[in-house]
Design a protein around this ligand. Structure first.
Ligand code: UD1
Length: 321
């Protein structure tokens, strides 16, 4: 099976590519290298430098006898999406529509999509399952919500079958050190904590310590990228044998606070991490954790790399250099 991995040179995408190659898929990667990195390239994959906002480049990639698409390319910072929604509308919404239309043109009928816990907004019950109401409170979350609606229509009207994977908080690095690209100017918690630990930055701000949680800081469900990667491979296998589209949470149902993440990183790395409390960040729910029972039932997937020690140590392994 020939898979076009769009955004396959990025942080999550390169872990997905590694897992696909290990499972003997033929892999072509399409990436504009805006956040993707050549250091994340694998010898056994083909790389096409191109942008989902450029329809000609996309069509040329899709014309290479592609059987399925994995779409990861997107902008992904909650805070930034509230300040510059136009970037998110353009990249996430227009870019994804281009991908869908190119799939239609080239008769590609299978899609695995990077969705997000951000589609749920502030949970009304925990852990959140896929039946939970969708009420995104960030523009980033809205773009993912919106795309899922497009997929449902393209499924009905054009027969594109999809698995939308709602990642909770993606963290960690390949345990064998096969993915080493660091994100530039990261916006997510763990890489920022790592940069504070290795001295790249002097410290970090904790956005809000007055939430109704055990230590006042937000609780998130952190899931290792190698576990996310496995789910993509299983989703492709699923689409080969089933004609029903699916939307699936990927998480652990375990919640960790921002302060717990910092303290555990200090303990495991032996580094002191400076932080200060700052106002709440717009678009942040206090707590969100996932039920991934549906992914277990449908894909036979379960997180096996997402223990907190492993998350922190595999990330530090890359950041300590
Ligand atoms: C959100 C999505 C997640 C998505 C990710 C993509 C939700 C619930 N989750 O994660 O599905 O994959 O965006 O980026 O919407 N924090 C600080 N200081 C910092 C950075 C972060 O205190 O410098 C805090 C945040 O306020 C938050 C937690 O750390 O409470 C995690 O933040 P972050 O890593 O940005 O991810 P989410 O926004 O939770």
């Amino acid at each position: 099976m020939h898979v076009l991995v769009i955004g396959g040179a990025g942080y999550i995408g390169s872990h997905v590519v590694k897992n696909l190659l290990k499972n003997n898929f033929q892999v072509s990667v399409f990436d504009n290298l805006s956040t993707g990195k050549k250091i994340n390239f694998f010898d056994k994959a083909d790389y096409i430098i191109g942008d989902i906002l450029n329809k000609e480049e996309l069509d040329a990639a899709m014309a290479r006898n592609v059987d399925a698409v994995i779409l990861l390319a997107a902008k992904k910072a909650v805070g930034e999406s509230m300040e510059t929604p136009e970037l998110y509308a353009q990249n996430n919404i227009c870019g994804t529509v281009n991908v869908l239309n190119s799939m239609c043109k080239h008769n590609v009928k299978k899609l695995v999509f990077s969705s997000s816990a951000a589609v749920y907004g502030s949970p009304v019950y925990l852990p959140v399952d896929e039946k939970h109401p969708l009420n995104p409170i960030s523009f980033y979350g809205f773009t993912k919500y919106d795309m899922e609606k497009y997929f449902e229509w393209y499924d009905q009207l054009k027969g594109i079958k999809f698995v939308s994977l709602r990642y909770f908080n993606a963290v960690g690095y390949d345990e064998n050190g096969d993915v080493r690209g660091l994100e530039d100017n990261p916006q997510n918690l763990l890489p920022i904590v790592m940069e504070a630990a290795n001295g790249t930055r002097s410290g970090l701000k904790i956005f809000g310590n007055d939430y109704d949680t055990r230590d006042g800081t937000c609780i998130r469900d952190y899931i290792h990228v190698s576990d996310l990667a496995t789910a993509h491979t299983k989703a492709l296998s699923y689409l080969n044998t089933s004609s029903e589209s699916q939307i699936l949470n990927l998480g652990t149902a375990t919640g960790i606070t921002v302060l717990e993440m910092i303290k555990k990183t200090e303990e495991l790395t032996g580094k002191k991490i400076s932080y200060e409390f700052a106002p709440r960040r717009a678009g942040d729910p206090a707590v969100i954790t996932a039920s991934a029972q549906k992914a277990r039932d449908i894909l036979g997937w379960k997180a096996t790399h997402s223990d907190l020690n492993n998350i922190i140590l595999s990330t530090w392994n890359v950041y300590k250099e």
